[in-house]
Design a protein around this ligand. Structure first.
Ligand SMILES: NC(=O)c1ccc[n+]([C@@H]2O[C@H](COP(=O)([O-])OP(=O)(O)OC[C@H]3O[C@@H](n4cnc5c(N)ncnc54)[C@H](OP(=O)(O)O)[C@@H]3O)[C@@H](O)[C@H]2O)c1
Length: 325
């Protein structure tokens, strides 16, 4: 009922972005298409100083830039930078460039994400987990110093917006009872077997747990950056590109009947960037702070265990990096 209300009624109330972004630098991963691209279009229309399209395919990024330029305000600089979230080295190189080349970052959208149709590893995890969770939080850790420096230098409150999903509700997260949760999620026979359809929802659920852990350690009143997680709702985009057979039919039907346009969905991301301190650590739906699923709210112990596992994983990738949180 809540989902239908959100898709059919709340969609019509999503605020059309109208804030000026003059002087601001905004970075958006996964912005060559879909929600990220439409969010970038809003920022360019609203006069941001610089918009960085962070994409894994530079040709697709350049095509998106050309398209966004047709609706951009005068003088907006749109740059296309490479980042492949399936590669830790690429994430590291991209973040180093953010640190070295950008004078400031006012809003950073960790938006790139995917739904894999088949079990496959990327780096040392199943691919949904690497792209949507581990690399996303590796990137968050690596760019936070630039956002904190922006806060200090320009006396502002930058935002780090991680695109979440209402799909996080579509799992009871059976793996939470395992001694090593990440290992279970990366086990082909376990996660790739009867629980496979829950893997993408779980990859989004994990992000909510992580942001709550960051905010638990660093509450809004002492932290110079707002970190939040908007769910865009069900939207038209390329996200279900790998779906096949009955799954494809189901997706197509659902989207035809209920989906927000890509532009409408992108409003939720842009809105999250201006929500400010009251949204720090929170999941958002329809541009409002919302309760995530019971799996999240009823299991603070699981949250703590996952946070320890995530930090251990990130420390193994790059020793010392979790101090950035
Ligand atoms: N659409 C929905 O209904 C919906 C609902 C809830 C949440 N979301 C979330 O919204 C975000 C954007 O998705 P979307 O719906 O706009 O889907 P989309 O049209 O498929 O866009 C996803 C973007 O992520 C990029 N991406 C995927 N894997 C990547 C990688 N390894 N490295 C760098 N970039 C990568 C894609 O690049 P390529 O084009 O090169 O593949 C694309 O730019 C995702 O986090 C998704 O989980 C979407």
């Amino acid at each position: 009922m809540g989902f239908l209300r959100s898709q059919l009624i709340e969609t019509l109330k999503l605020p059309y972005p109208s804030t000026s972004y003059a002087g601001q630098t905004i970075v958006i991963t996964g912005s060559n298409t879909g929600l990220g691209k439409e969010a970038a279009r809003h920022y360019a229309r609203l006069g941001a100083c610089k918009v960085v399209l962070a994409v894994r395919n530079l040709d697709k990024g350049e095509a998106a830039k050309k398209d966004i330029q047709t609706t951009a305000a005068k003088g907006v600089s749109i740059e296309v930078w490479k980042v492949d979230m399936a590669s830790y080295a690429s994430v590291r190189a991209f973040a180093a460039r953010v640190e070295a080349e950008l004078e400031r970052v006012d809003i950073f959208h960790a938006n790139a994400g995917l739904v894999r149709s088949e079990f496959a590893l990327a780096e040392d995890n199943e691919t949904n987990i690497t792209v949507n969770y581990i690399s996303t939080f590796y990137l968050v850790a690596l760019v936070l110093p630039k956002l904190k420096a922006t806060a200090e230098q320009f006396k502002t409150l930058p935002s780090l917006v991680i695109t979440s999903s209402g799909a996080h509700r579509h799992t009871a997260f059976p793996q939470m009872k395992e001694a090593n949760i990440l290992a279970a999620l990366n086990d082909k026979d376990y996660a790739g077997g009867k629980y496979w359809m829950e893997q993408y929802p779980i990859s989004k659920l994990l992000g909510i747990f992580a942001v709550r852990s960051i905010a638990k350690e660093h509450p809004a009143d002492t932290y110079p950056v707002t970190i939040n997680l908007p769910s865009p709702g069900l939207c038209h985009s390329d996200l279900s590109r790998e779906a096949k057979g009955m799954q494809k039919v189901a997706f197509t039907l659902m989207k035809t009947l209920l989906a927000r346009s890509t532009e409408q969905g992108s409003r939720t991301l842009v809105d999250a960037g201006v929500q400010g301190a009251k949204s720090h650590g929170h999941y958002l739906e329809d541009c409002k702070v919302a309760q995530p699923s019971d799996v999240v709210t009823q299991h603070p112990d699981v949250q703590d265990r996952l946070w320890a596992e995530l930090k251990a994983k990130l420390e193994a990738i790059q020793p010392g990096v979790t101090a950035n949180f």
